[in-house]
Write a protein that binds this ligand. Sequence first.
Ligand code: GLN
Length: 481
Amino acid sequence: MHNKSVADLSRELASGTISSVELTRQFLDRIRQEDEKYNSFITVTEEQALADAKAADEQRAAGNATPWTGIPFAHKDIFCTNGVRTTCGSKMLENFVPPYDATVTANFRQAGAVCLGKTNMDEFAMGSSNESSHFGAVTNPWGERRVPGGSSGGSAAAVAARLVPAATATDTGGSIRQPAALCGVTGLKPTYGRVSRYGMIAFASSLDQGGTIARTAEDNAMMLNVMAGFDPKDSTSIDREVPDYTATLNEPVKGLTIGLPKEYFSDQLSPAMEEQVRNAIREYEKLGATVKEVSLPNAKLAIAAYYVIAPAEASANLSRFDGVRYGYRCEDPKDLMDLYTRTRAEGFGEEVKRRILVGTYALSAGYFDAYYLKAQKVRRLIQQDFISAFKEVDVLMSPVSPSPAFVQGEKNTDPVTMYLEDVFTIAVNLAGVPAMSVPAGFVDGLPVGLQIIGDYFSEARLLNAAHQFQQVTDWHQREPQ
Ligand code: GLN
């Protein structure tokens, strides 16, 4: 059963060949037996999961099942879960038990899905390798000592290792697409505002977006059906109709025009990676799509703009962790200042502190205009590049990351080396458009992802394009040994 997709499991549950309790037990067993190797979970909620599975079986027996009723899955540990510890990968929130659910959490609960636990992640979602987690690094199931990518590395590794068929994730600069690519699974970052951020612990609010990781595009569509929608509790959530994302999966891609941004096929990309990506694009041509070169002239400025804007927003968002209201508090503070400074010095890890320092500097009087305002102007130009490109083509295709999964420790010494992991993904977040990562081959036995970028609210088209690719390729079915 652990090799089956969400769609298949949903059919099995509906036909009665297995119950949710049995299925939940099987996945819990796998987590218990296998996750020592990967460390993809921070918290496993065994008892709660079995109780929810029992309730799901009862709901089904009563004739009230949704496609998700009784399906096991996991949440990235950035989504607040009522009564279940939510750490965001940080010592600061090591013992934080939220008294409420994130909207995404509530939506899955409402659909009857069974959450098995909370997946590991880079601290406060800052990172590209999952090495900044307070709860230890995650190992990529495709290679010993290889990183799974980040920050949603726990979700991607857990899905790749078949510990859960699906997991939620978030993407601020690449944190769904890059780990999905490095672990050989399928991920979607929706349009900014499509999925509610309420109860999703904030990193950089104008960039953060919740999304999906599963093995197939169809399963991502099933997840987005549950997650997308307007939420009055999130002022940046968009009030717009939610289509059934599974309804258009089978439409042909004949006639689709694909743009290849020339800046994304640069010397930053190894020839072996490029070959895999170009082969994937050739599959689309065989299916009747046409390909042309386009340009995103300001894409090269994306990393620089992001590393002003994201830290600036992070420094403001993380000011709430002060040792007073909730979260970690230092021992025996001698006065209020000592409480603040020591709590934050002891509670935050190195990368988080680096971002707070950079962000506070960029926002300070005298530097605001030079850095923050400038970065926002660049952001606008980047957005304009995408708007212009989508006047010419339906989707853009590119690599997801410059190289496959690297060895743990390899990019830790210089932060900028790590930041360059997102060179092909970050502009998408600055523009707010949706994008996917789809398994598209291997280099040296390690998975390679194809990025598909769409215009605002074109998730259905992206999922359709990914699904059609998965009908003629089997990269997404490959299982790590
Ligand atoms: N790697 C990027 C960063 O460290 C993006 C992380 C993310 O998308 N959450 O900020």
